[in-house]
Design a protein around this ligand. Structure first.
Ligand SMILES: Nc1nc2c(c(=O)[nH]1)N[C@H]1C(S)=C(S)[C@@H](COP(=O)(O)OP(=O)(O)OC[C@H]3O[C@@H](n4cnc5c(=O)[nH]c(N)nc54)[C@H](O)[C@@H]3O)O[C@H]1N2
Ligand SMILES: Nc1nc2c(c(=O)[nH]1)N[C@H]1C(S)=C(S)[C@@H](COP(=O)(O)OP(=O)(O)OC[C@H]3O[C@@H](n4cnc5c(=O)[nH]c(N)nc54)[C@H](O)[C@@H]3O)O[C@H]1N2
Ligand SMILES: [Mo]
Length: 756
């Protein structure tokens, strides 16, 4: 439990993978105590005919390894298949007020939810109800609310079938308030890539990783957050591909990796060194760093010639001259100061880039979660465009997506932007009038909540009140909503902020049998490479009272909306192939022959226009971006001002905390901490292990504070500190979001130390 004594070393001297990874899985298995068959599920994980991992969205290869799961995918599956149960007895013994003081970790340990639950204000307890009562009551309450004041959130896990129905349900009910987890994550990608290359998703597929000779790996932590990606990275490194990591933290997964599937590496212990160059950029320093690298590429072209791909640039790019004028005007001293890197370091990478034949730009939250995150993504694309590194073999832009179906949920209509869905098809097929005004994204929903406007919340997964910025203010406001409904697998803190009417609807996990009309149903998901995969569960459900997400959404819709022959919700939910047929009709280009193709090894490819150099942008060409600022945080420097990076440990999936070990960073035993450069510690007169508080330093007049944080010396650039999400979210101001996409800026949070 959470009272383990701290015993960290701050340095992990083993590689990622290897025996440490096996031990990490074993530790979670001991805590989760999975039921029978869990290891059989793991054996089939991410393979055709098996279950697609419910952890991250990294692609599933057409020729899977014998073991095609990673340490963290195994943890997610074992956690889902725990034998612990959180049923009516549990709720009879614990009031909601008591449970709201429990940590996320302790709540999760209670196990899988077993019954539909209604909050009873008189006893301050959740009590079991039957499904019919729950659906009828929720349907009636939704009918009484103004649809425009209700949000339907989606957390990124539910399959395409449930997601399609959910988006249709929202539009039929009368809103497009469809905030999703992507709004806190890769919304920056969806907006920035759409603007600059005309497609909102990455252009790379697996084979590109076999042909690249340089990978720029920016602001992403594969060892923890996409460990199966370590295989292609390792293979690329072994082929001699140059891997350049740009990250304020020296993340172990980017430094070295022992492949748990290679017997000689496990026994002889000779891990592959991954990154050839590691640039410890300051938080928010990427626009400057990438511009510095590009400046050197331009300089080499001018002195040596033949560096820029002029044929490509003439035919395919727009805005080059304007951008070059801006780069020329950028001053090296400023680029050094903002990036925290030396001119030499940036020039060295520029020189490697200028020679590389095929370059992939990989990135994650380190680029997207900033006030100028879209410009940071644009800066990476600018660099790639200079040598035509988009739209050919071995090259491209490759965002690493988060939740296992977060990209797919957007593909089938979960978006607050009406222009992103085929409204005419929806009108014709279903006889609805889809709202044409923009709805709430996550940030707008939270603002509406804080303003007292939001009246109802339905969550298809997630732990939204904990994942968003300003969690203290959100927690105070959440229960003011008259209606909250959570479709969930386990209990979390958001469920414990009940309003007048609150419901928890427990659902199956992807690894479980989903029986409808006597047939086990498949669901489908889309990975980071835009490949769609069928997934089937084989384990017995955790409780006979569980329903699938697809069935729950269909029942909610049927209970809320007037009956319509054009929307036979119950008929659809009895055979998911019927829903896939609808998806195929609404999105024929992406999903033709859906049923026939979904089980093909490696999934089927939805295609990507930019990969074929078909630029669906305003100019019809790939677009160079001149950023609004060099510093992606939009912050200055000042005495006592720190940039707080919030990130994930190796023992968590977002707000789900599996354990208290951040093995790859050598941090053990508790999560209330900050990592800080020893030089900053010395300057502040701080010794290791001292507990301090952080206060917010945003200029919006709102006080923010988190106390009890243990200080740990860590190799970080000066002025940057790091700690864990979601514990530090009270410090993240809702007012600081990416200017183009509204993605909360959770990587460069302005804070001060409070040593009192
Ligand atoms: N096991 C596990 N897997 C996961 C998740 C999980 O919680 N656990 N979450 C899933 C989800 S939803 C997502 S979105 C992804 C997230 O996966 P990542 O994108 O890897 O997200 P973070 O853990 O937030 O780490 C971001 C990285 O960016 C670096 N960074 C921080 N600030 C900056 C900066 O200003 N510049 C640069 N260059 N780097 C910076 C940090 O040091 C860190 O290495 O992972 C998914 N996969
Ligand atoms: N400070 C800070 N904040 C961040 C981030 C950060 O880096 N820093 N990252 C952001 C990012 S990238 C993301 S994606 C969000 C994540 O935000 P969310 O998606 O809202 O959070 P999760 O922790 O993934 O949600 C976990 C809950 O989902 C439910 N659940 C789990 N599996 C299932 C399932 O199969 N079906 C259903 N219906 N429910 C399920 C469980 O009840 C569990 O408690 O957080 C964001 N917040
Ligand atoms: Mo995410």
């Amino acid at each position: 439990m959470s009272d383990q004594p701290p015993r960290d070393s701050h340095v992990y001297d083993g590689p990622v993978g290897g025996w440490g990874s096996a031990k990490g899985i074993a530790a979670v298995a001991r805590t989760a105590r999975p039921g029978p068959g869990a290891f059989d599920t793991l054996r089939r994980q991410n393979k055709p005919g098996g279950m697609m991992c419910s952890s991250c969205a990294w692609a599933k290869p057409p020729n899977p390894h014998i073991v095609e799961f990673c340490e963290n995918g195994a943890k997610a599956t074992l956690w889902d298949l725990t034998s612990a149960r959180c049923g009516p007895d549990f709720f009879a013994s614990h009031s909601v007020s008591e449970l709201s003081g429990w940590s996320e970790y302790d709540l999760e340990l209670a196990g899988r939810l077993t019954h539909p639950l209604r909050y009873d204000a008189e006893t301050d307890r959740y009590v079991a109800v039957d499904w019919d009562t729950a659906f009828a009551a929720i349907g009636q309450e939704l009918q009484a609310l103004d649809p425009k004041m209700v949000a339907f959130y989606a957390s990124g896990k539910a399959g395409l079938e449930a997601s399609f129905l959910y988006a249709l349900y929202a539009r039929a009910y009368g809103h497009v308030n469809l905030p999703d987890s992507s709004n806190m994550c890769h919304e920056t990608t969806s907006v920035a890539l759409k603007t600059v290359i005309g497609t909102p998703v990455g252009t790379c597929v697996f084979e590109d990783f076999d042909h690249c000779d340089m990978i720029l790996h920016v602001g992403q932590n594969p060892g923890t957050n996409s460990p199966r990606m370590l295989h292609p990275l390792q293979q690329a490194a072994n082929r001699g591909c140059c891997i350049v990591a740009i990250n304020p933290l020296r993340e172990k997964g980017l430094l070295e990796f022992a492949n748990p599937q290679s017997p000689w590496q496990m026994t002889l212990g000779a891990p592959t060194e991954i990154a050839d160059r590691y640039l410890q950029v300051r938080a928010g320093g990427d626009i400057a760093a990438l511009t510095g690298i590009a400046k050197q590429v331009l300089a080499l072209d001018r002195t040596q010639g033949g560096v820029l791909d002029h044929a490509f640039l003439d035919a395919h790019a727009h805005g080059l001259q304007d951008w070059m004028d801006w780069v020329d005007a950028c001053d090296w001293a400023e680029l050094e100061q903002v990036s925290g890197l030396t001119r030499d370091a940036m020039e060295a990478i520029g020189a490697i880039y200028a020679r590389a034949k095929a370059v992939i730009g990989v990135y994650g939250m380190g680029l997207t979660q900033h006030v100028h995150g879209s410009d940071a993504v644009g800066a990476l694309v600018n660099l790639l465009l200079l040598r035509g590194n988009i739209g050919r073999k071995g090259a491209g832009i490759s965002p690493v997506r988060g939740h296992s179906n977060v990209q797919g949920q957007r593909t089938v209509g979960i978006t607050e932007k009406p222009e992103l869905v085929p409204n005419d098809a929806l009108r014709d097929l279903f006889g609805i009038a889809p709202p044409m005004d923009e709805g709430w994204n996550t940030t707008a929903f939270v603002q509406a909540l804080l303003d007292g406007k939001a009246q109802g919340f339905v969550g298809l997964g997630g732990n939204l009140a904990r994942a968003v910025p300003d969690t203290d203010r959100v927690a105070a406001a959440w229960g003011r909503m008259p209606l909250t409904v959570h479709v969930a697998t386990r209990l979390n803190r958001t469920h414990l902020m009940p309003g007048r009417s609150s419901w928890i609807l427990p659902c199956l996990v992807r690894a479980e049998v989903d029986m409808q009309d006597g047939v086990n149903q498949q669901v489908t998901v889309e990975d980071s490479f835009s490949h769609i995969h069928g997934s089937i569960g084989k384990r017995s459900p955790a409780s006979p009272h569980l329903m699938s997400e697809t069935a729950i959404v269909a029942r909610l819709a049927a209970a809320t909306l007037p009956a319509s022959a054009k929307m036979p919700w119950d008929h659809w939910a009895r055979d998911y192939a019927r829903i896939r047929a609808l998806i195929e009709v609404v999105y024929p280009d992406d999903f033709h022959d859906f049923e026939a193709r979904m089980n093909q090894p490696g999934g089927f490819y939805r295609g990507n226009p930019a990969r074929n150099r078909d630029w669906q942008t305003d100019s019809g060409k790939a677009q160079f971006t001149r950023p609004a600022a060099l510093d992606a945080t939009g912050l200055g420097v000042g005495p006592g001002l720190y940039r707080l990076i919030t990130l994930r440990s190796n023992d968590q999936f977002n707000t789900t905390v599996y354990g208290l070990s951040d093995r790859l960073r050598g941090i053990e035993g508790d999560r209330m901490l900050i990592m800080m450069s020893p030089d900053d510690m010395a300057a502040e007169g701080l010794v290791a292990e001292r507990r301090i508080a952080l206060t917010g330093a945003a200029d919006d007049g709102i006080g923010r504070r988190v106390a009890g944080l243990r200080v740990i010396p860590y190799d970080l650039p000066r002025g940057c500190i790091a700690g864990y999400f979601p514990e530090l979210n009270p410090l993240s101001p809702l007012s600081r979001c990416d200017l183009a996409s509204d993605t909360p800026a959770t990587k460069g949070i302005p804070v001060r130390l409070d040593l009192t």
